[in-house]
Design a protein around this ligand. Structure first.
Ligand code: SF4
Length: 322
């Protein structure tokens, strides 16, 4: 891997709850290469969106950073003051939120919102702002005529593309995407993903893309991180993890995903529920749902072990690879 653009180290996020702190993200570490597309998948509540917000330093109460570092080009974002962070967001790292309807201001035109973002982060004159706004809209196949449109006048797919245009305004090196396709139909999802892939290729930005829907990222991501109960349980090249998962939870997740090719296979779910994150069990967090669990699994917490091409958090995998 070339020199990473982002290094996430031992990141921990807690949520304050009436019963005590819940560990939403626990001990997450990974590197991201320039221009790389990393997909983070897992079921609802596994901590994937919280991880994204922690990287962007956008956590709000009741979530709080409990430890770790987010090093972007060597600068630890967790140690920056709010005004230093504001200056770096959009320029270095931008975020595309899940719901364009919530992220866009319904009372302002798309042009006014793009201009606001430009004015907050640059000294550009009005002419340059107009020019750049039309440029980024064109990148996501939206006609400049829609600079005068309000969000409600655009389709769901166009609104989401307008958000991506906004994220690309200042040519960031990393774009964080929080389930940007979840509110779209399958055709709009496909077209949005193709556009993201084309833009990434031409502009060279890296992407961390969070989703619960594997089909969205199967063809576009370079690496896949599978999260369970706040931890990364498997991380590796997308094709490898997708077709030959090693962690029992990752296997279950892939078996719950329908294949478009080959024989029709029954879809298998994963019985049971994730553990309490307020009082997590001592051993493997997946033990109560894992058909391979033994005494060691129930008592000793497995580490994420790096096997070169793949990292897996499982005692059984560690034994079989020894
Ligand atoms: Fe299953 Fe044990 Fe591996 Fe956990 S460590 S996933 S319980 S085999």
């Amino acid at each position: 891997m070339s020199e990473p653009i982002l290094r996430v180290r031992d990141l921990r996020v807690e949520y304050e709850t009436p019963s005590g702190p819940a560990q939403a993200v626990e001990d997450v570490s990974f590197d991201l290469a320039p221009g790389e597309f990393l997909a983070v998948v897992g079921e609802s509540g596994c901590g994937k969106s919280t991880l994204l917000f922690a990287i962007a330093q956008l956590l709000t109460y009741p979530a709080r950073l409990a430890g770790g570092a987010v090093l972007f080009e060597g600068v630890d974002f967790t140690s920056l003051r709010p005004e230093e962070l504001r200056a770096r967001r959009w320029r270095d790292i931008s975020v595309v939120m899940q719901s364009a309807m919530n992220a866009l201001n319904p009372t302002l035109t798309i042009g006014a919102q793009l201009a606001d973002a430009c004015r907050a982060h640059t000294e550009w004159p009005d002419e340059r702002i107009k020019e750049r706004s039309a440029e980024v809209l064109a990148m996501v196949a939206i006609d400049a005529v829609h600079l005068k449109s309000y969000p409600f006048q655009l389709s769901g797919g166009m609104r989401q593309r307008a958000l991506i245009a906004m994220a690309l305004l200042l040519e960031p090196k990393l774009v964080l995407m929080d389930e940007p396709t979840s509110a779209l139909d399958v055709v709009a999802q496909r077209s949005l993903m193709k556009q993201v892939a084309t833009l990434r290729q031409s502009l060279g930005f890296a992407v961390i893309f969070v989703t619960h829907d594997m089909s969205v990222v199967a063809h576009h991501s370079d690496r896949l991180a599978v999260m369970y109960a706040g931890e990364i349980v498997e991380l590796g090249p997308t094709g490898e993890v997708f077709h030959r998962p090693e962690h029992p939870y990752a296997k279950g997740l892939m078996e719950a995903f329908p294949s478009l090719r080959g024989e029709l296979q029954p879809l298998l779910g994963i019985a049971g529920n994730p553990p309490s994150l307020v009082n997590p069990p001592a051993g493997c967090l997946f033990a109560a749902r894992c058909s391979f669990a033994n005494d060691q699994c129930r008592t000793v917490h497995p580490e994420l072990v790096d096997y070169g091409d793949r990292a897996v958090r499982c005692h059984l995998v560690a034994e079989s690879r020894a």
